[in-house]
Design a binder for this molecule. Structure first.
Ligand code: OGA
Ligand code: MN
Length: 289
């Protein structure tokens, strides 16, 4: 098999053309996809046709499967994920059946975030596959966190490079509180692990910012005011259009992102329309500086 990797005209990402990912890939192809993924942080495969088993088989060619965040946090699923959907699949959907959601995250905006940064060993990758999409809205954007680090004012770099950030697990990436946890009023007291704010990517060995999300973020060892001020500076530099790629979904798209060096956000969409995505995850490593 030969693949064509076409970099996107954006701050990160590439499209992989000429590959049917529903079938097992040979070893050189797996290696070529991995190389492209490490280089571009986000890979797009269009016009695929995958069932859950094929999505998981494709994913597991790149490492060990990881579970969705509900499971990582040890929470009971409040949604009604259908029995036939394997537990490694995270259904991302606004659809409800008999008043119960079939998936996570609804139709609201999801602010910039990294998946499951609020666990000790966050997933290395998420792979999101589009089964049903609304006529408009619900675009997903990605952000290059290598560039966010490299372009940061050297003074600010110095101020944060040895610091750690607290990653609150109280709220979902759609900003909704998980009912098992009390509301957080002081981010410095939020529950959750800490990770170095600058991490060395375990495969590329390049440094990137690892922010998790802005909501309830807190830089350990600073006063809340100092932390807020520094985080605002870092975020302002990070969320630059030239570091981004905005994906407009079509049914059959699979987007595979490197969760260690890319953040993502999703714009809201019309909740009267259906959006159904199935997501798989790869296990990661404990972040280190
Ligand atoms: C996710 C997520 C984005 C989307 O699956 O991790 O943030 O487009 N969803 O629904
Ligand atoms: Mn996400």
């Amino acid at each position: 098999m030969s693949i064509e990797v076409v970099p996107l005209d954006a701050g990160l990402g590439a499209e992989v053309c000429g590959l049917d990912i529903s079938k097992p890939l040979d070893r050189p192809t797996v290696a070529a996809v991995r190389t492209a993924w490490l280089e571009h942080c986000v890979l797009l495969f269009r016009q695929q046709s995958l069932n859950d088993d094929q999505l998981l088989s494709f994913t597991s060619q790149f490492g060990a499967l990881e579970f969705p965040p509900t499971k990582l946090l040890g929470l009971k699923n409040k949604i009604n994920q259908k029995d036939e959907v394997p537990p490694e699949i995270n259904v991302i959907s606004n659809v409800t059946e008999n008043g119960v959601a079939i998936g996570q995250l609804g139709a609201d905006e999801c602010a910039w975030h990294t998946d499951s940064a609020f666990v000790e060993i966050p997933p290395a990758a998420s792979l999101l596959y589009a089964l049903e999409i609304p006529s408009h809205g619900g675009n997903t954007s990605f952000l290059n966190m290598y560039k966010a680090w490299e372009t940061l004012d050297p003074e600010v770099q110095k101020a944060v490079e040895d610091r750690a950030v607290k990653h609150d697990f109280t709220y979902t990436s759609a900003g909704h509180r998980r009912k098992d946890y009390p509301e957080v009023s002081d981010p410095s007291k939020a529950p959750g692990p800490t990770h170095p704010i600058v991490r060395t990517h375990p495969e590329t060995k390049r440094k990137c910012l690892y922010l998790g999300r802005r909501l309830n973020s807190y830089i350990m060892g600073l006063s809340l005011n100092e932390s807020e001020e520094l985080l605002d500076k870092i975020w302002l530099n990070a969320v630059r259009p030239e570091f981004m790629y905005e994906h407009v979904w079509a049914v059959g798209d699979l987007v595979m992102w490197d969760n260690r060096c890319a953040m993502h956000r999703r714009e809201a969409f019309d909740n009267t329309q259906r959006r159904v995505m199935h997501r798989s995850q790869l296990q990661g490593d404990r972040p280190y500086q």
